[in-house]
Unconditional design. Sequence first.
Length: 174
Amino acid sequence: MSRARSAAACVALLLLAAACSQPSSNSAPSPTPSQVAQTRDSGCAGTVLTNAVPPNWAQAGWTVAKGEPWPVPWTSDASGDAVAFVFATRLVAGASPRVDGSTNKVLWILREGQPFVVEGRPEEKTAPVVTVPGGPSIVDVPTAGCWTFRLIPNDGSTVRTISLYVLPHGTKPS
């Protein structure tokens, strides 16, 4: 085989391999180096907020350009079956709107997709202080510190837990 034919065969194999490895338009985006885990110090009790690509099941309704970081920081519970998208980037104690005019908006999602409520309580407390419906909500809490949010399905299935740090009232989130 001549050098030209060998080179052409190699190029054809490379093109074929590249075409086979391209995701279909129906698949979820894969993380790229620019997307991978820019973490934020907004969690507590082991929770980390990130802009990496969330699980496929939590991506419905989102459109993100390939190679771009996820537009809203998010975290999940330990099992990966609950996700909180924190549109507010950082939660701030007190009523919305905050000093910068934004709100404490969070989108809570359960993998199973059933209706649920979210109960929030500050660290070390047993009784819920805040209750909001699952899905998109404004999560205004009265005090700063580590808050535990329990996602409680209406059907009595497994409760999921996500903890988030809340900045003091009047703080302008970065």
